[in-house]
Design a protein around this ligand. Structure first.
Ligand SMILES: Nc1ncnc2c1ncn2[C@@H]1O[C@H](COP(=O)(O)OP(=O)(O)OP(=O)(O)O)[C@@H](O)[C@H]1O
Ligand SMILES: [Mg+2]
Length: 142
């Protein structure tokens, strides 16, 4: 939660972020932290059953996807998910690997590992925009 809140300060509309990790690794918990960091005060549900939860925080849209139960690629087009990835929104995606190559390239990829106490998270940038986010993070996080 605390890490998500800090990370929120470096995020902006237009970003696509993949959350990679086993069941229970902390992907939804991190998303909760990010949403709180962005000023969202209400309940943050896991999108496991609905595929997506939608948040609007002033002018920003945040789409929190969970593709764990995704099994029909046609569903992607029919649901209009492609339109969710735009310059007004941040897209956070749990289980992106289940959507095959339908997804845009991730600006940031966060890989979770379960440790004896807590979790470790490795962050990688996949685009120039992602690299700039990480630079901003390094310059402001001390
Ligand atoms: N950093 C952490 N340290 C200790 N416990 C944590 C941490 N992050 C999450 N948890 C706990 O692990 C459990 C599962 O977390 P969470 O639902 O965020 O996982 P998830 O990666 O979203 O799983 P799924 O793939 O099933 O959606 C929760 O009980 C949560 O409180
Ligand atoms: Mg989850």
């Amino acid at each position: 939660m605390a890490f998500g809140k800090k990370l929120a300060a470096c995020l902006h509309a237009g970003l696509t972020i993949f959350l990679i990790g086993n069941l229970g690794a902390g992907k939804t918990t991190l998303t909760r932290g990010i949403l709180h960091g962005l000023g969202y005060q209400q309940l943050v549900k896991s999108p496991t059953y609905n595929l997506v939860e939608i948040y609007k925080i002033s002018r920003l849209y945040l789409y929190h996807f969970d593709f764990y139960r995704f099994n029909d690629y046609l569903e992607w087009e029919e649901a209009g998910f492609r339109d969710y990835f735009n310059s007004d929104s941040i897209c956070l995606i749990e289980w992106p690997e289940k959507a095959g190559n339908l997804l845009p390239i991730a600006d940031l990829q966060l890989a979770f590992n379960i440790l004896e106490t807590g979790r470790s998270i490795q962050i990688q940038a996949g685009t120039e925009t992602g690299k700039q986010c990480l630079e901003h993070w390094k310059n402001t996080s001390n």
